[in-house]
Design a protein around this ligand. Structure first.
Ligand code: PMP
Length: 414
């Protein structure tokens, strides 16, 4: 009965990693996967995560019982404070339904599933940025919500196509769903400025569109939680009902532990309570209850002042300036790589403009390299990236950034 099932193509990112692993060259560079690497190209377990892990291992009161359906309360509460700010009025008014999720992907799925079941007739279209994280399409297709694109990336300026974006919002039917990347847009690394966010919010409010914010890089992008969380907090202050999908894969380096949080901000506490009760039923039918370990790690850090400071320090107080802050170590290494790459292009006189490398933020950069150039980089230089010219900045380090710049310089001149 299943002979007609077609063979699906392999996942693009995982295919790149497999090809990279099989490559015998000592010069090989993997710029495909969006996972942090330290300056020696190795995965990095955050020191603060190691400390939290040791605390948990010593805690004799812990067991392997199920968590509640909505997850670990100390985790979901701390997650809400992180996303919405400690003084958030929405938190104080109990207007937020928060549920622990299977990382950011699970939060996106839970949100899409909820919208398909409870937003109008379930057929209200969702608009995705062009381009976007490839999984967004699959997630929304799985719940049969009609999808449209909105313009996002301006190929000429390699910046935001704000006019295209705003006019798509204008012409969409009232009350459409708009999926927005809260910070560090994947794959482009291009974010709206605060002024542009204001314009986006103005149109969305007038058109009564629903903001669905995917936030996979808070703190990881700039090293500043408030800066990266600005759009979320601004939309909440403006009084929108909205969804926020949070991932701790990048900012805690907990990729494989699948730690995330889903939030629905509603108009009042009563609605939030009802919404939470429905999403709990959805959660129950899919995963019963979320995994405990990663949430305990994050909760341990976020709820302890000293550990929180080690992960991230808000004030730039002098006495802390030279202490290791894990979030900033990652974000600043990436920012430093952007600068170094830009400097190499300058020095080489590589044709074209390269300021987008330092203007873009977060894990990824949309280089502007075309498909043919990407193929040549792989075949001739053992450099791996997606066909659209996106590179993961985390794959660059002091030992390979010059090699990469020279290779790009060469294929551009060919
Ligand atoms: N959304 C976006 C835009 C992402 O880039 C990612 C990570 N690649 C995610 C969500 C979620 O990833 P995870 O499920 O690993 O948290």
């Amino acid at each position: 009965a299943f002979e007609a099932v077609e063979l699906a193509p392999p996942d693009v990112i995982f295919e790149i990693t497999a090809a990279y692993d099989a490559d015998q060259s000592t010069n090989k560079v993997n710029l495909g996967v969006g996972a942090y690497r330290d300056d020696s190209g190795k995965p990095w377990v955050l020191p603060v995560v190691k400390k939290a892990d040791a605390i948990l291992r010593d805690d004799k009161s812990l067991d392997h019982e199920y968590l509640p359906i909505a997850g670990l309360p100390s985790f979901t509460e701390a997650s809400a404070r992180l996303a919405f700010g400690g003084d958030s009025v929405a938190i104080k008014e109990h207007r937020i339904a928060s549920l622990q999720s299977i990382s950011g992907t699970g939060a996106n799925h839970l949100g899409a599933l909820f919208m398909s079941k409870f937003y109008k007739d379930g057929k209200t279209p969702c608009y995705l940025s062009n381009p976007t994280w490839a999984n967004h399409k699959q997630i929304w297709n799985n719940v049969s919500v009609p999808l449209f694109d909105y313009p996002y990336f301006h190929t000429k300026t390699r910046g935001l196509d704000i006019d295209g974006l705003l006019s798509a919002m204008e012409s969409a039917a009232d009350g459409s769903i708009f999926l927005l990347h809260g910070c560090a847009h994947n794959p482009t690394g291009v974010d709206p400025t605060q002024d542009q966010w204001v314009k986006i919010a103005d149109v969305m409010e007038r058109k009564r569109h629903f903001p669905f914010l995917d936030v996979a890089y808070q703190g990881f992008a700039s090293g500043d939680l408030d800066k990266d969380g600005w759009a979320i907090q601004y939309f909440v202050e403006r009084g929108f009902e909205l969804i926020v999908c949070q991932s701790y894969a990048k900012n805690f380096g907990l990729y494989g532990e699948r730690v995330g949080c889903f939030h629905f901000v509603s108009k009042n506490a009563e609605t939030a309570k009802k919404i939470k009760s429905q999403i709990e039923i959805l959660q129950r039918s899919e995963i019963s209850n979320p995994p405990a370990y990663g949430a305990r790690i994050v909760s341990t850090v976020l709820n302890d002042k000293a550990l929180f400071n080690e992960w991230y320090l808000e004030s730039y107080a002098f006495e802390f300036r030279y202490r290791c802050q894990n979030l900033r170590e990652m974000s600043h290494r990436i920012i430093d790589m952007r600068q170094k790459l830009f400097n190499h292009f300058q020095k080489l006189g590589t044709p074209g403009t390269w300021n987008h490398i330092t203007d873009q933020i977060g894990m990824f950069s949309f280089t502007g390299l075309n498909g043919l150039q990407v193929k040549k980089l792989r075949a001739e230089f053992h450099i791996y990236m997606t066909q659209n010219g996106r590179i993961s900045m985390a794959g660059l380090n002091s030992s390979n950034v010059e090699y990469f710049a020279k290779a790009v310089d060469q294929v551009i001149r060919e």
